[in-house]
Design a protein around this ligand. Structure first.
Ligand code: LMR
Length: 396
């Protein structure tokens, strides 16, 4: 049966973790995967999460099945974080949310649903985009193309190219947009640019799929949702995949959500019924623990406040680390100007390192980065930043 099965390539991001884990060098540093580590080099267990977990254990809650679309209180809280307290879209029943297995799970449910609805459509992702976007939509049956996004010459956005690219897409093309903290570049359009992007999406009758896995890591929880709210204000029907993996430091709990904005309450009910069929035939219903913990935090004002503070601390530490990295590279007299790292937002920096330099970082120094040159600055800390700066200076 399996004679002719070929060995698949390693995953470009999670495959690095496998390599990193089997590396025996004590000085190794993992800047590959998008995970936040604290200054002690550990994935933090947030205090708000811990308190919600203690409550859950003490309540000795039964572990029955959740509804197919997940915990209602979780879904509602996820909607409010995205669309805002007092959102007209929520009040009019035009938003529906299904708890999902992380942001990736949300993308997959959305992709399967869209493929069923729009079998003739293609998907357009940014150039570059998160490595898994292309693979995920292709596996759902779509042909995936790219629209211009990043300009390596300026280390910034190719806004004219992006807008022209979007305007050239046929109607009903599914356009995947990173609503904040673009992965992998860390380069986001300004709000004024987003207004033009949203207009182009609307006028071109494109289908926006907003991916927001890093809400709270850019400017703040509310600020980072401004693009979602802009699209909602234009009465665009859309899909939104969101994730609490990073913002709650609950990576392995697979806490995400798929939210759809429809044209009416009746449409929402029909759409949700179809999403439930997709979920039921894939994994039946989501797990209880992570969803319950996130829901408890988001629905308890005191814990919500504590979480927002802890998230702000993570955001501030990443900013500080960006500054330190740039200073340390300058101090090592590297020829390149790395100031662009300061303007990038979220966990990542598209460092401009070539695949060959990334390879040397790994082989010679045990510093792991994605071959595109993406480094996770959220994994730098006071114990490893000098070592990393030295390693980068050497491969440059
Ligand atoms: C990343 O981009 O590193 C993260 O989103 C983790 C993943 O699933 O790839």
């Amino acid at each position: 049966l399996f004679d002719a099965v070929e060995l698949a390539p390693r995953d470009p991001i999670l495959g690095l973790n496998e390599q990193y884990n089997s590396d025996t060098r004590p000085q190794k540093v993992n800047l590959g995967v998008g995970v936040y580590y604290n200054d002690e080099g550990r994935i933090p267990l947030l205090r708000a999460v811990r308190q919600a977990e203690v409550q859950r254990i003490e309540a000795a809650a039964a572990r029955g099945y959740l509804p197919i679309d997940g915990l209602a209180a979780y879904n509602k809280a996820a909607q409010v974080l995205l669309l805002g307290e007092g959102s007209e879209v929520i009040a009019s029943g035009r938003a529906l949310t299904a708890q999902a297995l992380g942001g990736t799970g949300a993308l997959k449910i959305g992709a399967d649903f869209l493929r069923q609805l729009l079998p003739q459509s293609k998907v357009a992702i940014s150039n570059p985009s998160w490595e898994n976007h292309r693979a995920l939509f292709e596996r759902a049956g779509f042909t995936v193309e790219t629209y211009p996004y990043y300009d390596p010459a300026t280390h910034g956005l190719d806004f004219d190219g992006m807008l022209a690219g979007l305007k050239a897409l046929p109607a009903k093309t599914v356009v995947v947009l990173h609503a904040c903290c673009h992965n992998p570049t860390g380069v986001d359009p300004t709000f004024e640019q987003w207004q033009q992007i949203a207009q182009a999406v609307k006028e071109g009758d494109l289908v926006p799929f907003l991916d927001i896995a890093y809400q709270g890591f850019g400017e703040g929880l509310e600020e980072d949702a401004s693009v979602v709210r802009l699209f909602a204000s234009l009465d665009l029907t859309m899909l939104i995949s969101s994730s609490f993996s990073k913002s709650f430091s609950l990576y392995g709990e697979r806490v995400g959500a798929l939210t759809l904005v429809t044209s009416s309450q009746d449409e929402s009910a029909r759409v949700l019924s179809q999403l439930k069929r997709i979920i039921r035939t894939n994994y039946s219903n989501p797990p209880t623990h992570g969803g319950t913990v996130v829901s408890t935090v988001l629905n308890t004002p005191e814990l919500h406040g504590l979480w927002a503070e802890e998230l702000a601390q993570m955001r501030d530490r990443i900013r500080a680390v960006r500054t330190q990295l740039v200073e340390k590279l300058k101090a090592r007299n590297v020829a390149q100007d790395f100031d662009f790292v300061l303007a990038q937002r979220g966990m990542f920096s598209y460092s401009g390192l070539s695949a060959e330099q990334v390879e040397r970082l790994r082989v010679e120094h045990g510093v792991y980065a994605v071959s595109s040159g993406r480094i996770c600055v959220a994994a730098l800390n006071s114990g490893n930043i000098d070592y990393v700066a030295n390693a980068i200076a050497q491969v440059l």
